[in-house]
Design a protein around this ligand. Structure first.
Ligand SMILES: N[C@@H](CCC(=O)N[C@@H](CS)C(=O)NCC(=O)O)C(=O)O
Length: 219
């Protein structure tokens, strides 16, 4: 049994999508960030930080999407989605796989300000403007890299694309996509993958965003 604890539209999609790329369909337990369902003693026994994803697999429970993605690549190498020790692209693979969290952290900070604060008066236009700038800065090297090749690694699609790719759509809630044409094309390439579409359909509708785009509020 493989069970994924997830919030539709969150980092748990990385794990769901990677499993789909491997032809594995997990049992899925869905939660919501705003309704307190992650903030229970039962869930904290799985993930002490009360966050998703958590994955029950191979008789253990794993947290941290990056660790789970590496583990899946290493324990299921037949799918060729990792670049394991000895591979000439190993270092690049690790860099871009973990760089995805640099991007995701900026998005998360913006989600907190723009989506989850219960009262708009609690928002800080200064922090939001700063985070949008930090997000755009973090995306720029990816825009450059993906202008010259289809995927993060020259050899082709890998789990690094799964780690980063899910966040591209989320980033476009905060930065103007017109400024990132290579990322728009990259996201379309990823979203056309049958495994991406299968995982999307299984996870259900995004539960985080209620607007297509969030402008920086006037200070
Ligand atoms: N570094 C962790 C971050 C996990 C994380 O922050 N997940 C978010 C969803 S994308 C979450 O569960 N947030 C709930 C909360 O902050 O209360 C990972 O990659 O798994």
């Amino acid at each position: 049994m493989i069970r994924l604890h997830a919030v539709p539209g969150s980092r748990s999609f990385r794990v769901h999508w990677l499993l789909a790329e491997m032809g594995i369909e997990p049992e899925v337990e869905n939660y919501r960030i705003a309704d307190g369902s992650l903030d229970t003693e039962g869930y904290r026994a799985l993930n002490p930080a009360g966050r998703v994803p958590a994955l029950e697999i191979d008789g253990i429970t794993m947290i941290e999407s990056g660790a789970i993605v590496e583990y899946l690549c290493e324990t299921r190498p037949e799918h060729g989605l990792g670049r394991l020790p000895g591979d000439p692209e190993r270092a690049e693979f690790l860099v871009w796989l973990h760089y995805a969290e640099t991007v995701a952290t900026a998005i998360q900070n913006l989600n907190l300000q723009q989506v989850f604060l219960p009262d708009p008066a609690m928002r800080s236009p200064t922090v939001i403007a700063l985070e949008v700038r930090r997000l755009a800065t973090a995306l720029k090297p990816l825009e450059k890299r993906l202008s010259g090749q289809d995927y993060l690694l020259a050899s082709g699609f890998s789990a690094a694309d799964v780690m980063f790719g899910f966040g591209v759509e989320a980033a476009f809630h905060y930065v103007y996509k017109e400024k990132f044409p290579a990322l728009v094309a990259y996201h379309a390439r990823l979203a056309a993958r049958p495994a991406y579409q299968a995982a999307m359909a299984e996870q259900g509708p995004d539960s985080i965003y209620t607007q297509d785009f969030y402008e920086v509020p006037r200070g």
